[in-house]
Design a protein around this ligand. Structure first.
Ligand SMILES: [Mg+2]
Length: 315
């Protein structure tokens, strides 16, 4: 930072991976729902998640912001602190950016440059019939968290300091999963370096919608086993305490999960399990790639078509 542009050193034998993401107040976040630290965290996390989805290592980031005149210096400091904290955790250098005044909402653009061994980056179009479909982590919590926030439930700032701790009440856990997603960079690298995956994507629009991107790009279809879908504990806990949520629905269609969805041939199962053993992150086989186009859900009631009902952002 300080010169007109950043000069970046590229490792020999690697390819550059570049992506950017826009976070707009009122569309992607609301100031009354999240402290500035978490707004900064999430704005960068979603872009890092795209790098993770390629199986790449995140190296550099650039951040540009358009700020309403009324934004306090403390707010900006906290927002940047959230961003720098996440960048540091993944050894990502923030090498540039720009700021301007916004006549409307607060807008944050994050660009990330990563790198991946030549030919190893995973794309969406490589899935083949017979491949197993895997997903990392558990699903449904982020959409439920958004539903809770929309219904007027908020969390106090103190809860955000202990994010990720299992001792959180289910409502707080769901809201934190929405406000503070963790990019699966370690898992993405492990999957790429195992050299067995055929396609990968991060779940930003919902499992059904993001899986439809993989099968459409790959020219095939998929069957998901309803009973295998890993539903987040806080979702089942709130559903069984009477909260109005259908766990399987939010797990299949809820957006902003930032888990990784990937495909690999069945003979790679042991190798994948092996890679995940050291990651303290679950990885679940949830279905199979088939020749017939379209998505299908297999449950006790038989096989039915599954429409990609991608979850919309705030509005
Ligand atoms: Mg993505």
């Amino acid at each position: 930072v300080g010169d007109d542009a950043a000069v970046l050193e590229v490792n020999p034998g690697f390819e550059l991976i570049a992506c950017c993401d826009l976070s707009v107040e009122g569309v992607h976040f609301r100031r009354e729902w999240a402290p500035p630290r978490l707004i900064g965290h999430k704005a960068l996390a979603v872009t890092l998640s795209d790098v993770a989805a390629m199986g790449a290592l995140a190296r550099f980031a650039m951040v540009s912001m358009a700020l309403p005149k009324s934004t306090s210096a403390q707010f900006i400091d906290e927002l940047l602190a959230g961003m720098f904290e996440l960048a540091e955790a993944w050894q990502v250098s923030i090498v540039g950016g720009d700021t301007s005044v916004s006549p409307g909402p607060l807008i944050i653009d994050t660009s990330v440059i990563g790198e991946c061994e030549k030919g190893l980056a995973l794309k969406r179009g490589g899935a083949r019939p017979g491949d197993t479909i895997y997903v990392t982590g558990s699903l449904g919590a982020s959409a439920l968290g958004l539903q809770l926030l929309n219904s007027g439930i908020t969390i106090d700032a103190g809860a955000t300091e202990t994010a990720g701790e299992a001792a959180q009440p289910p409502q707080v856990e769901a809201i934190l999963r929405h406000l503070k997603p963790e990019p699966r960079l370690d898992a993405g690298r492990a999957i790429a370096q195992a050299r067995v995956a055929t396609a990968m994507i991060d779940i930003s629009d919902g499992l059904s919608t993001d899986l439809s991107h993989i099968v459409e790009e790959s020219g095939c279809g998929a069957v998901i086993q309803a009973s295998s879908v890993p539903i987040a504990g806080c979702v089942t806990a709130l559903a069984s305490s009477g909260f109005d949520v259908v766990p399987l629905d939010v797990a299949l269609h809820g957006g902003e999960e930032y888990e990784l969805l990937f495909t690999a041939p069945p003979e790679a199962a042991a190798r994948i399990a092996d890679r995940f053993r050291s990651l303290s992150l679950q990885c679940t086989a949830i279905g199979e790639v088939i020749e017939r186009p379209g998505l299908h859900l297999a449950s006790e009631g038989g096989l039915e078509p599954m429409r990609p009902l991608g979850f919309e952002h705030l509005i």
